[in-house]
Design a binder for this molecule. Structure first.
Ligand code: NAD
Length: 498
C-alpha cells in the first residue's frame, strides 16, 4: 500500500506516529493509499525545520525569492498533467477541472512574484523639522496553512505563494483526504531552488492542527475549511497570540431577474451548481428566480439541461462531473436530499441511486434539483456541499436581495439581469463578500482579494491580493532624525509633528 509521505526539511518522511488514514480513489470507491497522521512532536520538527530555514530565505532579497517562485511556476506547468491526474484520482473532480484548480493557484504565485514592488513601504520626507518617516514590511517568521480537500492545489498555492514571497517559511497541513498534490508541490519548490525547510508539508488531523496553533514559533495561521472548524481555529489562534485568517463554508445564491437571458442563466447555473459535484466553496446552491413566470421557465430549462449531464469517471473526457470525495460525503448529501423531501420541498430531480457503468463502488451522487425551497428548511439553511441545487422563489427584487443578505453565510452571490440600475443596487446593498453580475462564480482574480463575510470568514484580511501580503507581513515604522538635530540637546517633550 502506497504511503503518502510528509515532506520535511527537503525530504520525504514516513513519520512514526503509527496512526494512518485511508486515502480513496472516489471513482473506484477503493483505498488507493494511506496517509500518516503526525504527532505533536513531528509537527514540532517541521516547525523547527522552517525556523532553521528562515534566516537564509528571508535574507534573500525579494527579487531573488521571486525568481525562485517563477521557476516553481515553470516546474508546476511542466508537471501539470501528472499533478492534475493525481488530483483527479484523489479528489474526484474531472481532469480539466483539476487543471483549473492548479492554474488558479499558479496565478497567485505569479502575482506574489511581484513582491519587490508589493513589499515597498511608505516614505514621508520632512514629517517634522529634519525628520523623515518610513515604513517597511517584514516577514513574520514561520507561518502555517491548514487547507481543505476541495482545492488541494489552489488553496495551498494561494497561501504558500504569498507567504513565501514575503520571506516567511511555511508548514502546510493539507487535507488528509487528498494529500499527494501538496507534497509534489513542495518537492517542486525544492527543485526550483527553495532551501530545504522553506516549505514543509505535514499530514494530520486535530492533533497536528492543535500542535501548530500551540507552538509559539508559528506566527500566523491561514485556514480554509468548514465554518465550525474555522471558527474554533480562529479563537484558538487568538488565544495563543497568533494572527489568523480563517475561511469557512458557504451557501451561495444566484438571483435571476425577469429581464435576464434565461437560457444563459440556466447554462451558468448548471456549471456553477454541478461542476466539481458542487464541492466548491463558490458553487451556487440556491437559485432565486424573481416572479413565478421566471421561476417556471427557469425550472424547465434546468430540467432539460440536467437530463443531458454526464456523471462519470474523473479522467473520462465525456464526464461533466465526477464522484463526491468520500462515502461519508455521499451519505451526508443523500441524507440532506431525504430531509428536503421530508421538510416539504418539491424534489424535481433526484440524484440518489446514480450509477456509472464499470464503477459500482464509486461515490456517485447525481445532479439533484429542488423547487419551492423555503428559508426554514435545512437544505436552505445548511451547506450541503454536493450536486444539489435549490430553487427558492422570490416574489420581487427586494425579497431576492433579502435572501442572501439575511443568510448565515456570506461567501459569494450573483445576479443575472440586463438592467444596470438593478445590478448596481444589488452589488451595493447585498450583505455578501464576493458578488457576480452575470457571472455565476465570481472568484476574484489573483491581484484582487478573496474572502467571504459573516459565517464564511473570520479575520479582517482576505486571501491573496494585497491583503495576502498584509496578512503575512508586519509593518515596521522608522522615524529618523540626523545628527544636526542632536546638537540642539535632548528634548523631553513629545514631538508634535510640525
Ligand atoms: P474541513 O473543515 O473538514 O477540513 C479543513 C481542514 O481542517 C483540513 O486540513 C482538516 O484536516 C482540518 N480539520 C478537520 N477537522 C479538524 C478539527 N476538528 N480540528 C482541527 N482541524 C481539523 O473542511 P473540508 O471538508 O476539507 O472542506 C470543505 C469545506 O471548506 C466546505 O465547508 C467549504 O465551503 C469550505 N471551503 C471554504 C473556502 C473559502 O474560501 N471560504 C474555500 C474552500 C473550501
Amino acid at each position: 500500500m502506497t504511503l503518502v509521505p510528509h515532506f520535511v526539511h527537503g525530504r520525504r518522511t514516513e513519520g512514526g506516529s503509527g496512526r494512518t488514514q485511508d486515502v480513496y480513489n472516489p471513482v473506484e470507491g477503493a483505498v488507493s493509499a494511506q496517509v500518516p497522521l503526525a504527532t505533536a512532536e513531528e509537527v514540532a520538527e517541521a516547525v523547527g525545520s522552517a525556523e532553521r530555514a528562515f534566516p537564509e530565505w528571508s535574507g534573500l532579497n525579494a527579487q531573488r525569492r521571486a525568481r525562485i517562485l517563477l521557476k516553481w511556476v515553470d516546474l508546476i506547468n511542466e508537471n501539470m498533467d501528472e499533478l492534475a491526474t493525481l488530483l483527479s484520482n484523489e479528489h474526484g473532480k474531472t481532469f480539466p477541472d483539476a487543471k483549473g484548480d492548479i492554474q488558479r493557484g499558479i496565478e497567485v504565485v505569479e502575482f506574489a512574484a511581484g513582491a519587490p514592488h508589493l513589499l515597498k513601504g511608505e516614505f514621508s520626507s520632512g514629517a517634522g523639522t529634519g525628520i523623515d518617516v518610513h515604513s517597511l514590511r517584514q516577514p513574520l517568521g514561520v507561518v502555517a496553512g491548514i487547507t481543505p480537500f476541495n482545492f488541494p492545489a489552489m488553496i495551498p498555492l494561494w497561501k504558500t505563494g504569498i507567504a513565501l514571497a514575503a520571506g516567511n517559511t511555511f508548514v502546510l497541513k493539507p487535507s488528509e483526504r487528498d494529500p499527494s498534490v501538496p507534497v509534489r508541490l513542495a518537492e517542486l519548490a525544492l527543485e526550483a531552488g527553495m532551501p530545504a525547510g522553506t516549505l514543509n508539508v505535514v499530514h494530520g488531523d486535530k492533533t497536528a492542527v492543535d500542535a501548530l496553533i500551540e507552538d509559539p514559533r508559528v506566527r500566523a495561521i491561514g485556514f480554509v475549511g468548514s465554518t465550525p472548524i474555522a471558527q474554533s481555529i480562529y479563537s484558538a489562534a487568538a488565544a495563543h497570540n497568533k494572527r489568523a485568517q480563517c475561511f469557512g463554508g458557504a451557501k451561495n445564491h444566484m438571483v435571476i431577474m425577469p429581464d435576464a437571458d434565461l437560457e444563459q442563466a440556466a447554462d451558468a447555473l448548471i456549471g456553477a451548481a454541478f461542476g466539481s459535484a458542487g464541492e466548491r466553496c463558490m458553487a451556487i446552491s440556491v437559485a432565486v428566480p424573481v416572479g413565478e413566470a421566471t421561476a417556471d421557465t427557469l425550472r424547465t430549462l434546468l430540467e432539460e439541461r440536467i437530463a443531458t449531464l454526464t456523471l462519470g469517471p474523473s479522467l473520462d473526457e465525456s464526464s461533466d462531473f465526477g464522484p463526491v470525495v468520500s462515502a461519508q460525503a455521499k451519505e451526508r448529501i443523500e441524507s440532506y436530499i431525504a430531509a428536503g423531501e421530508k421538510e416539504g420541498a418539491e424534489l424535481v430531480v433526484d440524484g440518489r441511486g446514480a450509477t456509472v457503468d464499470g464503477y459500482p463502488d464509486g461515490f456517485w451522487v447525481g445532479a439533484t434539483l429542488f423547487d419551492r425551497v423555503t428559508t426554514d428548511m435545512s437544505i436552505y439553511r445548511e451547506e450541503i456541499f454536493g450536486p444539489v441545487l435549490c430553487i427558492a422563489r422570490a416574489a420581487d427584487y427586494e425579497e431576492a436581495l433579502r435572501l442572501p443578505s439575511e443568510h448565515e453565510f456570506g461567501n459569494g452571490v450573483a445576479i443575472f439581469t440586463r438592467d444596470g440600475d438593478t445590478a448596481r443596487d444589488f452589488t451595493t446593498r447585498v450583505d455578501v463578500g464576493m458578488v457576480g453580475v452575470n457571472v455565476p462564480i465570481p472568484v476574484p482574480i489573483a491581484y484582487y482579494t478573496f474572502g467571504g463575510w459573516k459565517a464564511s470568514g473570520f479575520g479582517d484580511l482576505n486571501q491573496h491580493g494585497t491583503d495576502g501580503l498584509k496578512f503575512y507581513t508586519k509593518t515596521k515604522t522608522v522615524t529618523t532624525r540626523w545628527p544636526s538635530g542632536a546638537k540642539e540637546g535632548a528634548s523631553f517633550v513629545m514631538p508634535a509633528g510640525s
